[in-house]
Design a protein around this ligand. Structure first.
Ligand code: AMP
Ligand code: TRP
Length: 323
């Protein structure tokens, strides 16, 4: 099966990215033909500083490698190394009704929060659909916030096929076991909400962040509801199932303070991500190797994209002088 996913290079990666998407990506690399890329064209909708975007792109690449992405198994590349996706995004725009894009939740959220709204942000789902369709992707593993974008991709594939004949296959989303990871304030963890716990942060900084997780004011002696607690939601991601069960019993029994659960969460974070942080440091010291990996992946991905684009152009009657 062709599995594809992308992550923007628009900030520091956090536990939401890892448990919502990246962990699944890394598991799937053992069983499927995986294409993973850094969505640097998408990132231009938020990062408009050239050196910062270059740096973040390199950091996302180093992060995936540190977490165990095997470039011999995965086609790992930068979105911009396959410029045909922007061409496909345009062609999809011509068969897609404006109403579909008007309904995009993530766009509407940004408008509601008063953020500046560029045409790039509005057209974001078109480029994402092009990313997915150009590699004939069958499975797209993502967090819950991306589900609607994948449904829109299914619609766009259908619009194109209805107009020009069967060219695209229908991709299906796949959610991880943690489709929405909460941040330290209990809302969805997101770099734009400032509530993240980062993947490779300094242990002291993380410890402080964990200690500041918002909890309710139930006294230590009283029983607590684990299903309403952010600390417990994060423990569930990091602890073994047996340990999670023990915490659940302790929450419900009372006599346990949230501070204790937070301290354990900080320990587990260090156990899990300490070794990855070291690996990340080692990749940061090898920029040329990272660049080679991305270029090799980009060449492989482009071969597939060019074949599909030949079919697309031929179906719509676009004649080019290109070989
Ligand atoms: P982004 O950083 O927006 O490119 O997101 C990369 C991937 O991480 C996408 O598949 C998102 O759905 C996923 N993701 C981001 N934040 C969360 C979260 N709080 N919970 C679950 N998945 C998330
Ligand atoms: N929009 C995705 C996000 O913010 C990133 C992305 C871009 C993507 N293109 C994609 C994810 C294609 C999956 C498939 O998380």
């Amino acid at each position: 099966m062709r599995v594809l996913s992308g992550i923007q290079s628009s900030g520091t990666l956090h536990l939401g990215n890892y448990y919502g998407a990246m962990r699944q990506h890394l598991e799937l690399q053992h069983e499927h033909d995986c294409f993973y890329f850094i969505a640097n064209y998408h990132s231009l909708t938020t990062i408009q500083d050239g050196s910062r975007l270059r740096e973040l792109t390199f950091h996302v690449a180093a992060s995936y490698l540190a977490l165990g992405l095997d470039p011999a198994r995965v086609t790992f590349f930068r979105q911009s190394d396959v410029p045909e996706v922007t061409e496909l995004a345009w062609i999809l725009a011509t068969v897609t009704g404006k109403g579909l894009l008007d309904r995009a939740h993530s766009f509407k959220d940004k408008v509601a929060r008063g953020l500046p709204v560029s045409m790039g942000l509005y057209c974001y789902p078109l480029l994402m659909a092009a990313d997915i369709l150009i590699y004939r992707s069958q499975i797209v593993p993502v967090g819950q916030d991306q589900l609607q974008h994948i449904e829109m991709t299914q619609d766009m594939a259908q619009y194109f096929n209805n107009t020009y004949g069967q060219v695209f296959i229908r991709p299906e989303p796949r959610l991880s076991e943690a489709p929405v990871v909460p941040g330290i304030d209990g809302q969805k963890m997101s770099k734009s909400y400032g509530n993240t716990i980062d993947l490779f942060a300094d242990p002291q900084v993380v410890c402080k962040r964990i200690m500041s997780i918002k909890t309710d004011s139930t006294p230590v002696e009283a029983p607590k509801d684990p299903t309403r607690c952010t600390v417990f939601a994060l423990l569930k991601l990091l602890a073994s199932p047996e340990e999670v069960q023990e915490w659940e019993v302790r929450y419900r029994a009372g006599g346990m303070g949230y501070g204790e659960a937070k301290a354990r969460l900080a320990d587990l974070y260090e156990q899990t991500f300490g070794p990855y942080r070291e690996a990340y440091g080692r990749w940061l010291a090898r920029p040329d190797d990272v660049e080679d990996i991305l270029r090799t992946g980009g060449r492989r991905a482009r071969v597939v994209a060019q074949e599909v684009m030949d079919e697309v152009r031929s179906a719509c009657g676009i004649v080019t002088a290109r070989a």
